[in-house]
Ligand binder design. Structure first.
Ligand SMILES: Nc1ncnc2c1ncn2[C@@H]1O[C@H](COP(=O)(O)OP(=O)(O)OP(=O)(O)O)[C@@H](O)[C@H]1O
Ligand SMILES: [Mg+2]
Length: 257
């Protein structure tokens, strides 16, 4: 197993074990995730991809009975230390889910929600954030004349870009995407893949995908998991063209999973 070392490390996971009650869901997971790049998590259903993603912004804190051992550092800080403020952490580490989940509010208020929560009151400033975030999520042109409309008036693909814009509006460093395109049609999927390519110049992106082609197209590094363990972690090109573990090869060639 070789790790991607050319880029600067932002996230450092060391010997991470996670238990749901007595169920051992992550087993001695170690990896470094570089900044301003796309890292993809792949592997069969139930192997722990979403679980690991949730440890990166402590979403697992909300699941009763969860226990972790080991270390997750972001920018050198152990995010599980007592001094870490979880709200600040989640501002820095945004998340987008499989199903678009806009708030039952206008397009504008969906984006302004986070900045308002963090104390921004100026209408001019909020207008600017809304426009910038929607532009970054390549949705602005489609919605700029309808900002007061309900977010539910948008198509699924547009709603997902709105959710990305909402995550970007609080100025995160990291964007976690858990199968963010699996509920979308091929054109919307392609739009989001192109968007991810743009966003990686400014953000560190960690994405879970079941779509092998997507991982190969979009990511710089890929991690292959099996039963809560990291089997292989490498540059995407290497992992897909020349996997070092037989189990990786079997998975990416569709022999199991
Ligand atoms: N809240 C929970 N309580 C108990 N067990 C859980 C919980 N969430 C996940 N698990 C278990 O942990 C294991 C890993 O689940 P996880 O959701 O991380 O898998 P995944 O790789 O994301 O799968 P999928 O591809 O189906 O989304 C599974 O066996 C699952 O049943
Ligand atoms: Mg999952």
């Amino acid at each position: 197993m070789s790790t991607a070392t050319a880029l600067k490390t932002l996230i450092n996971i060391k010997d991470l074990d996670l238990y749901y009650g007595t169920y051992h869901a992550l087993k001695k997971v170690s990896m470094t995730i570089p900044e301003k790049a796309v890292t993809a998590f792949i592997g069969p259903s139930g192997c722990g991809k979403s679980t690991l993603l949730r440890t990166l912004n402590r979403m697992n804190d909300m699941i009763i009975g969860t226990r972790i051992e080991g270390k997750v550092e972001i920018g050198g800080t152990n995010i599980y230390s007592n001094e870490v403020d979880v709200e600040t952490l989640r501002k820095k580490v945004g998340m987008v889910f499989q199903q678009p989940n806009p708030f039952p509010k206008s397009i504008y208020d969906n984006i302004a929600y986070g900045p308002r929560l963090h104390g921004i009151r100026s209408k001019a400033k909020l207008d600017e954030i809304v426009e910038q975030s929607l532009k970054q999520a390549v949705l602005w042109e489609e919605v700029k004349d309808y900002l007061k409309r309900s977010a539910f008036s948008l198509s699924g693909g547009q709603q997902q870009r709105l959710c990305i814009a909402r995550a970007l509006a609080v100025n995160p460093d990291i964007l976690l995407m858990d199968e963010a395109t699996s509920a979308l049609d091929p054109i919307s999927t392609l739009k989001i893949e192109e968007l991810v390519q743009e966003l990686k110049h400014r953000y560190t992106i960690v994405m879970v995908t079941h779509n092998m082609h997507q991982a190969a197209r979009v990511s710089d590094q890929t991690v292959f998991f099996l039963n809560g363990e990291v089997v292989e972690f490498d540059q995407t090109e290497t992992l897909f063209s020349n996997p070092s573990d037989k189990r990786t090869e079997d998975y990416i060639t569709g022999r199991f999973g």
